[in-house]
Design a protein around this ligand. Structure first.
Ligand SMILES: [Mn+2]
Length: 412
């Protein structure tokens, strides 16, 4: 991605900041996995959105004083011992090339820099930090430590949350972002086709995952979340990640998976008959779920509420499930469909959404209705990634086959 994209994001963020304020963004640190090992590092998506840099233990400070915006990046200093063990650290000129930020300092100078700003005659009024929604990872601790220090030393400075400002930016996808999502969808399509070709009764769920992720690795991509390959009755568990069961002949396998391209995620679900042929019951239920996608897409327009889309799907399921005599009353739908119809998609798999929960132009949403019938050992979900435009929806994952005929023909 071009640095102009990240420069533009910072400009738009700064416009939304109050005057006489500073904003701090941390890039995150990898959590510990065992005694002297770390989990794989995962960059904070807001930091990435504003810098394009995917590296550990960095910070970005954006300041706005009397309408004048300045920016500074803090990165770990070069350390020869570290580089012998773990890899080459980013140099200042490289960080500038990626981000377009020319003012770069050592990471250890961050706290002193913030203190001198807040004690200066600029008389800062606000410090923006980010509180994540989950509030449970390492980055949250870095923000909390900073907030505690600022509250203690500069009690008249307000601590504000930058998240509402940045979410207003991130929900509207720009052309560069849509291209990245399209690329990650392409990886998913290719890997899913390999998975389908290798699918056969008697294989284990973890083998399905291995086939999929092998193809991502061959493209220097990675899953955008823990791959789900749930067969038979496991498919009624929405976030089934154990993947230990043998897939029996006659069962379906629900594959909910994604890929990354430059940190942008795809999120796709397909449900296949493991032996390549749907039973007539499976086919009927499958086509009901497929129909629910069309219902959702009709409602999903700029200005509609997310709830409107889900309500329409519930109403449709009530009608269809009564027709096949699975339920008697509309209220019973929740027994077989028990999640929302979709979520925003972007740098985060469950991406930031507009605060009013209204669907807007250039949002990217998943549409993923499902039916889960535990007593029959059947779980079906079909998920596509949709770009909302003023001229209508664009199904970005339209090329990933999903009709009964197309799946059966492909798997023959
Ligand atoms: Mn999803």
């Amino acid at each position: 991605m071009n640095k102009d994209f990240f420069i533009g994001n910072r400009e738009r963020f700064a416009q939304k900041m109050k005057d006489y304020s500073a904003a701090v963004f941390f890039s995150n640190i990898a959590p510990r996995e065992s005694l002297d090992q770390s989990h794989k590092f995962s960059v904070d998506r807001n930091f990435f959105y504003l810098t394009g840099i995917n590296k550990e233990n960095m910070a970005l400070v954006i300041s706005k004083v009397n309408g004048v915006v300045s920016e500074q990046l803090f990165i770990p200093p070069v350390n020869e011992l570290y580089e012998k063990w773990y890899g080459i650290l980013l140099r200042h000129d490289e960080a500038e090339e990626i981000s377009g930020i020319s003012n770069i300092s050592d990471r250890e100078d961050l706290e002193g820099n913030i203190s001198s700003k807040l004690s200066s005659m600029d008389i800062y009024e606000n410090l923006y930090i980010v509180t994540t929604m989950a509030g449970m990872n390492e980055i949250e601790d870095q923000y909390k430590a900073l907030a505690k220090k600022v509250r203690n030393q500069f009690p008249t400075v307000n601590i504000l949350n930058a998240l509402p400002l940045i979410m207003e930016l991130r929900v509207h996808k720009q052309a560069e972002e849509i291209d990245e999502i399209k690329t990650s969808i392409k990886y998913t399509k290719e890997a899913l086709e390999f998975l389908m070709k290798n699918l056969k009764p008697g294989m284990y769920e973890y083998e399905v995952r291995a086939h999929y992720e092998y193809q991502l690795m061959m493209r220097n991509s990675a899953p955008s979340f823990s791959t789900i390959a749930a067969s038979g009755k496991n498919a009624v568990i929405l976030h089934y990640v154990d993947l230990v069961n043998k897939i029996n002949d006659g069962d379906m396998v629900l594959c909910d998976l994604g890929a990354l391209s430059n940190m942008y995620a795809s999120d796709i679900t397909r449900t296949y008959p493991v032996n390549g042929k749907f039973t007539s019951r499976q086919k009927d239920l499958y086509n009901i779920v497929l129909g629910a996608q069309d219902v959702a897409l009709d409602i999903m327009k700029p200005g509609a509420l997310e709830k409107d889309v889900n309500d329409a799907v519930i109403k449709y399921f009530a009608k269809e499930l009564k027709a096949i005599k699975l339920i008697k009353d509309d209220s019973e739908v929740s027994k077989y469909y028990y999640h929302g119809v979709g979520h925003p998609l972007g740098l985060d798999v469950h991406d930031l959404r507009c605060r009013d929960k209204k669907i807007a132009e250039n949002n990217v949403y998943t549409v993923e209705p499902g039916l889960y019938i535990a007593q029959e050992g059947i779980g079906i979900r079909i998920e596509d990634d949709i770009l909302v435009t003023s001229e209508g929806n664009i199904n970005l994952s339209n090329d990933i086959i999903k009709t009964v005929n197309d799946i059966e023909n492909f798997m023959k």
